[in-house]
Design a protein around this ligand. Structure first.
Ligand code: PLP
Length: 411
């Protein structure tokens, strides 16, 4: 093992990045990732780990050939634009994204991270006269100040207060609570921000019909509906969008993570003509240097093509059902009532443990067994699996075997 390289990486993390982050890396064995391909990540010591983590970025797996081909070609042509001339890639990416989005969402603002897409939505809401924001308890929307104000987790908010005024939170999945909240504000003054399935909250799936009711309530109260699909979009739930689960068309849809094909960062706000009007009138009212950068736009086209051509949405659905059943059986047999719940849709799967600390231990044992999983930022007791939709039969079996080994190590 290349101990010196590992140690130097740790030293650099401690010296220049974050000591806490260095300690976390040490806790996970201190190994250093150096290569990724498909569902696998290779470390400097030569270990191959099945990547079922990555916080939902890798629906296409790492370095999907379709994405790489577009990105390589654009890298050699024009990776970053002047922003004064017109440039073809942004329009092409917007056309491809809107063609796959719910009907009527024809306008796009590109950014780089999920939290920036949320910021754009909050500003668009204000520019449309919606000055009060209603978010959901335990909802996660990122950590820039605006997005953090809507992220419903006091632990992350407290050190940075005061945050945005005029933000309230209601329980997720409770349409009556939302109705009550909306009646407290004037017609046409509210923006509702919601995830179709809460990811970082620990994969919380709302009751059937909830999203449709949210959309109806927003219509009735003239509220702008922002659906944050940064984690759930692009096939993660086994449908193109979480919105499709209930045939909902929001005013604004937010996309990120998988949008750059796991190769470069890209996010987007996709909106109706009406909601987008303030940005349409004034292209300088909300800008960012790298918005719509050609390299990212090429990645978007590659990612969307890969998801379509490889039927990754259908695969996510089928694989998700299989994994859900098999993991459910394993967990029931091995952990019994130490598992509080198994939840999920498609390839967003959450295992809620009934005991404090067990989710962390399982995460460590999974890593030891060769599988990378996620913790959940807004829920300590939930281990989250976000495998790529490119897993083949052998990789599925590897995951299940590793999961069994990891669980047995904790008996
Ligand atoms: N919105 C949702 C639903 C997310 O899950 C996340 C990240 O996990 C974000 C927004 C923020 O995205 P980013 O971390 O790219 O800023």
């Amino acid at each position: 093992m290349d101990v010196s390289t590992r140690d130097l990486t740790l030293v650099r993390y401690r010296r220049h990045l974050s000591g806490g982050r260095a300690s976390l890396g040490e806790m996970f064995g201190g190994d250093v990732e150096v290569h990724a391909s498909g569902a696998w990540v290779r470390t400097r010591t030569g270990r191959e780990l099945l990547n079922c983590g990555g916080y939902g970025v890798f629906i296409t797996g790492a370095r999907h050939p379709r994405v790489l081909a577009e990105v390589h070609a654009q890298l050699d042509r024009n990776p970053v634009a002047t922003r004064l001339l017109l440039e073809p890639q942004a329009g092409l990416a917007a056309e491809a994204l809107t063609a796959l989005s719910p009907p009527g969402l024809d306008r796009v603002h590109f950014a780089c991270s999920g939290t920036e897409a949320v910021e754009a939505a909050l500003k668009l809401a204000r520019a449309n006269g919606r000055r009060h924001v209603v978010g959901m308890v335990n909802g996660y929307h990122g950590k820039t100040l605006g997005a953090l104000s809507v992220t419903g987790k006091p632990l992350f908010q407290r050190p940075f207060q005061p945050l945005l005024p005029d933000v309230s939170h209601v329980p997720f999945g409770d349409h009556v609570a939302l109705a009550d909240e909306l009646t407290r504000h004037g017609h046409g003054t509210v923006c509702v921000v919601v995830e179709p399935v809460q990811g970082e909250a620990g994969v919380v799936v709302p009751p059937s019909g909830y999203l449709r009711r949210v959309a109806e309530l927003c219509r009735r109260h003239g509220a702008l509906l922002v659906l944050d699909e940064v984690q759930t979009g692009l096939g993660r739930l086994g449908t193109w969008w979480g919105a499709d689960r209930e045939g909902v068309v929001p005013d604004v849809l937010l996309v990120g993570k998988a949008l750059g094909g796991g190769v470069v960062p890209v996010s987007a706000l996709v909106a109706t003509d009406e909601a987008f009007a303030p940005f349409d009138r004034d292209p300088f009212i909300h800008t960012s240097t790298f918005s719509g950068y050609p390299l990212g736009m090429a990645a978007v086209r590659g990612a969307l093509a890969a998801i379509e051509e490889d039927d990754l949405v259908g695969r996510a659905d089928r694989l998700g059902r299989l994994l859900f059943d098999e993991l459910g059986r394993l967990l029931h047999d091995l952990f019994g009532d130490r598992v509080a719940a198994l939840r999920g849709a498609g390839l967003l799967i959450g295992v809620e443990l009934a005991v404090d600390g067990l989710a962390g231990e399982l995460l460590l044992e999974l890593m030891a067994a060769g599988v990378i999983a996620n913790h959940s930022l807004n829920s300590d007791r939930v281990l989250r699996l976000t495998p790529p939709a490119v897993l083949d039969d052998r990789e599925v079996q590897f995951l299940l075997d590793a999961f069994e080994r990891a669980a047995r190590a904790l008996l």
